[in-house]
Every structure is written in C-alpha cells, then in structure tokens.
Ligand binder design. Structure first.
Ligand SMILES: [Zn+2]
Length: 530
C-alpha cells in the first residue's frame, strides 16, 4: 500500500519545486506533479492532501549530544518560574504529576531568590514538601552552587542536626534543625544518593529527546553520547530500534580520548559505517579546545579582550597525532571539535600526518564548529578536503562577541560560505543542548548572519542562500555520514524522511524563518510528529 501526497510545495533538493510524491515501504517511490501522482493510485492506497503546505527533506542535525538533551528535557525548568516562590512551588508540583524524573528523585534547576517578589529567602524543605512528601525532591539554584531538598530527601540522606558538613560545604540549619538547604561541597551528599544512570534511564532520555527533535522536524542526528558508558549507550539505541521506538536516525560520534580505549572499541568490531540507517557508528569524535564565550577556545595569539590568555588546548599534539592517526589507519572517520585557530592548526597537522602515513581517498574527516579561522587555514582545509560541521545558530550570540574576543581575525572567521565555495561540504546543526534542537533557527541565522531578534549582520558576504541553508541541514548532513545516496533529498529510492511546514520558506521573510511552524514530521513514510 502506497501513500500519495498531493497539493504540496515540495523542495526536493533540486531547484524546481514538485507538488506531489509517493511513499511505499519506507522509501520515496515517485516525485513529480499531481496528475501523475494520482494516476499511480491503486485501490487501498492512501491519498494525503498537503493543503498547499511546504515540504522539504527531514532535518539532519550533524552535531549534538542527544543524551544530554534528553536529560535537560527531563529536569524541571525552574528558571522559567522564579518570579515568586509561590509560582516556583506551583509549577514544580504541577511538573511532579508524572512522578520522579531522575532515578527516583525529582530534580529541577534554575531558581533565583533575588527575583522572588513574595518572599526574600531561599526555598526550604517545607516549601518542597508541598511538591512531594513521597519521594525525594531537589531544586538547584540557577548558579548550581546551592540546592534545596524536601523532608523525604533529608530522611533518605540521613541528615540530622548532628550531621557534619563536608569540607568546602555547608548544611543549612534553622532553629537547630536541618532546613533542607545545601551549599557547595555539601551538595555532593545529594548527588551521591542519586543512583547511577542505568540502561532504562538512558532509554528514557533517548525517547524524550526523539520526541523533541521530531517536533522540530529533525529526522536524523549525529550525536556524541559516550560520556555515558558506550556499551550501554549502543545497547539502549539498539533495543529502542528493535522496539520501533527510535524515531530519529542516529549516527554516533564516538568520543574517545586515547588510543587504548579507541583500539579496544575497534577491536570489538566497531568502525565508521557499522549498523543500519537507524543506528550507525559514525566518526571518532574528539573535543580539542574550549569555547569562545568562556575564552577557552585555543587561539594562535592572546585574546583581544584578555591578553593574559590564549585559551585551552585539551590534548597535546602527540596525543592528537596518535589517536587521529590510529583512527585514520583503522577505517574510522574523524570529527574534531576545534573553535580557536590555534587548536585548528594542531588538528589539521594531525590529520595531514595521518593521511600521509595512511592515504585515504574519501575520508570525510571533519572539523566540528570551525569558528575562528585564518585565510591560510581555509586554503589548507580545502586542500585536505575536510568536512565542516557548522552551527550557524551560533551567529545569534557569537556575532555580538567575536570582534571583542579575536579582533581582526573576526573578518576571516565563521567563513563557512567561503569554505563551501572552495568545494567543501558544510553540514549544519545545533550542538544541542547548547542550543535548542531547532533547525529553522539555524537556517534563519545562516541566511541573515544576524541575531534572531535582529541587529547588525556579521560578515554578510558569508550568508548562505536559502537553498544552501536547507541543503546544509539535509543533504550535506547525509554526506557527513556517507549516506548521501540513501537520504537527504526527496527522490525516488531515498528514505522517506520529510517535514511539513506551515509556510513556504522561499516566500517567508528571512527574519521570520525561525517562527515558521512545523506541522508534521515523517520518518521512513510514518508520521512521528504532528
Ligand atoms: Zn558538542
């Protein structure tokens, strides 16, 4: 039985829009005009009217952290309800309707008593007893340096008036009794009591993240999750896949920090491309420097707005050479987080050495972020045929700080369009949970080069056309995982992953793209959202 979609405005990946397509057995089987599509209909086929809506290939977020995103989604967002203690407690109690969200505990974060208009104090055990008396509750302050818990938690932790505070911490007392507040190192007492994450927790996080991604039109992601035990992560994904619950295609960016652990992984038979189109082993992933906002991205010279630092390199050249060399020689693709130009020099050195020692035709080794760059590095990346994992949504914040941080290097940075024009493939993503997993926000920044709320464009000559921006989020993402022949376009024979939007992006004003609503998301021809 086929599904035939008619009356749409369909961006297939080619310039001309189609109006109809057909799907069978998880694949697109026809793309073209309405009459030809209707002529294919046989008894029992379903005809779906798209009501003039816009359709494009499902979005592929080419670098993110799916498990962290799932965890963040499960925590109560107290920062959104910190106008008064009353609002905080009411929201948290309402949130608690689904029961504990973290291994038997209910955890939220983000309160700030300075914003309370009703009382001028921190929450205590009695406030949180209103949230639950049955299971432990913890509410962490926005800064992460103190937390309040309920009476059940104090009971479980065995905290009494006599409990000594650990060094560097404080346990709050009121009238000689514990008041439920924990400061700095004393918070470790709380976290030590929350059980380690198990496979079922991991599966819950994946389910939550998948729902959220589908709501944003995301059908594929490339994700770095091995901060949690990699065997458990792989099992969780595979079990969800078998159960039909994995509603986002996952390409795992395998994070290893040394040759021994990478070698052990490869020795068990894992290599880039292993798996199927729902769960696949992707590249070796390494994080080689920090962030621009925190001035920890590693520059080739001191920061313009803090001459005392050049940032942080997280690996020695020797380690980069060894791990990248090993991966390259053993069939692994490599994707390395590099934000500062100093870090990029070291990573490109390592990649170049690896390819001289063990040449590969179509390696697709990539730079994740690729933000602060010098003109000579753009040339060098083109020569090495690097893949670029960009996050155009970073323009939203970074365009305001980049000149302060790096001075005149800002004029050759975030130069993803130049790299594209040099023949490199630039895929797009959000680094979720750093940013929301919302592709349309990134597409808007890619074409405007300006903050989402408006403002001055940063290097406007680096703006993508809308088509390039959509392609960066679809077909270029498929290139990154060697799947350009199976997904990323609406073409006969490709996986039927697509998103239905309320408006034609080609008709929408550029600064309204991020507000276009996702009406439906389809994975392998099945509706997963909308
Ligand atoms: Zn990341």
């Amino acid at each position: 039985m086929k599904k035939i979609f008619v009356n749409g405005q369909v961006y297939t990946g080619e310039p001309a829009l189609a109006s109809a397509f057909a799907v069978e057995d998880g694949l697109f089987t026809f793309v073209g005009d309405e009459d030809a599509a209707r002529a294919l209909a046989k008894p029992g086929d379903e005809i779906i009217n798209l009501a003039g809506r816009f359709v494009c290939p499902g979005f592929n977020d080419s670098h993110m952290h799916l498990l962290s995103c799932g965890l963040a989604l499960r925590r109560a967002k107290l920062n959104e309800h910190t106008g008064s203690l009353r609002d905080l407690v009411d929201y948290f109690r309402d949130f608690a309707k689904d029961g504990p969200n973290e291994r038997g505990w209910l955890v939220g974060r983000g309160w700030n008593q300075d914003y309370f208009t009703d009382v001028h104090r921190m929450p205590n055990r009695y406030d949180l007893d209103e949230v639950s008396r049955e299971y432990p509750v913890a509410a962490v302050r926005c800064c992460g340096h103190c937390a309040a818990v309920n009476s059940k938690a104090l009971e479980l932790l065995g905290i009494t008036a006599e409990t000594p505070a650990p060094e560097g911490g404080e346990i709050g007392l009121e009238g000689g009794q514990p008041d439920g507040r924990f400061y700095d190192a004393a918070m470790d007492l709380i976290w030590a009591a929350v059980p380690e994450v198990g496979k079922e927790d991991v599966k819950d996080m994946i389910r939550a993240a998948c729902r959220r991604f589908n709501a944003c039109g995301v059908t594929s992601c490339q994700t770095d999750d091995y901060a949690t035990d990699w065997r458990m992560v792989n099992e969780a994904y595979r079990e969800l896949r078998e159960a039909g619950e994995l509603t986002v295609r996952v390409n795992e960016q395998c994070n290893f920090r040394d040759v021994d652990s990478l070698a052990a992984f490869i020795a068990e038979g894992h290599v880039t491309g292993e798996g199927d189109h729902l769960f696949r082993i992707g590249p070796l992933k390494m994080v080689a420097d920090g962030s621009l906002g925190g001035r920890t991205a590693y520059l080739s010279r001191p920061y313009s707005d803090d001459p005392t630092t050049r940032g942080l390199m997280l690996f020695s050249q020797k380690t980069l050479d060894e791990v990248i060399g090993y991966a390259n020689a053993h069939g692994m693709q490599v994707a390395v987080h590099a934000i500062g130009d100093g870090c990029l020099d070291a990573v490109l050195d390592a990649v170049e050495k690896a390819l001289i020692a063990h040449p590969r035709q179509d390696h697709r080794h990539g730079i994740v972020h690729c933000q602060i760059t010098r003109p000579d590095q753009l040339e060098r990346m083109a020569r090495l045929r690097m893949h670029i994992y960009a996050q155009t949504i970073f323009i939203d914040y970074d365009s305001r700080i980049v000149r302060d941080r790096v001075g005149d290097m800002a004029s050759s940075s975030y130069s993803w369009k130049t790299l594209m024009q040099m023949g490199l493939t630039v895929s797009n993503g959000t680094d979720c949970p750093v940013e929301l997993p919302d592709a349309l926000r990134g597409i808007q920044c890619a074409v405007t080069r300006a903050p989402l709320m408006g403002g001055e464009a940063y290097l406007p000559e680096e703006a993508f056309t809308l088509r390039e921006a959509i392609d960066s989020y679809t077909s270029a993402g498929a290139m990154a995982s060697f799947e350009e022949n199976v997904k990323g376009k609406i073409q006969p024979g490709m996986l039927a992953d697509f998103v239905v939007l309320e408006k034609n992006l080609f008709d929408a004003p550029q600064d309204e793209i991020s507000r276009v609503r996702v009406c439906g998301t389809w994975l392998g021809g099945e509706k997963v959202f909308g």
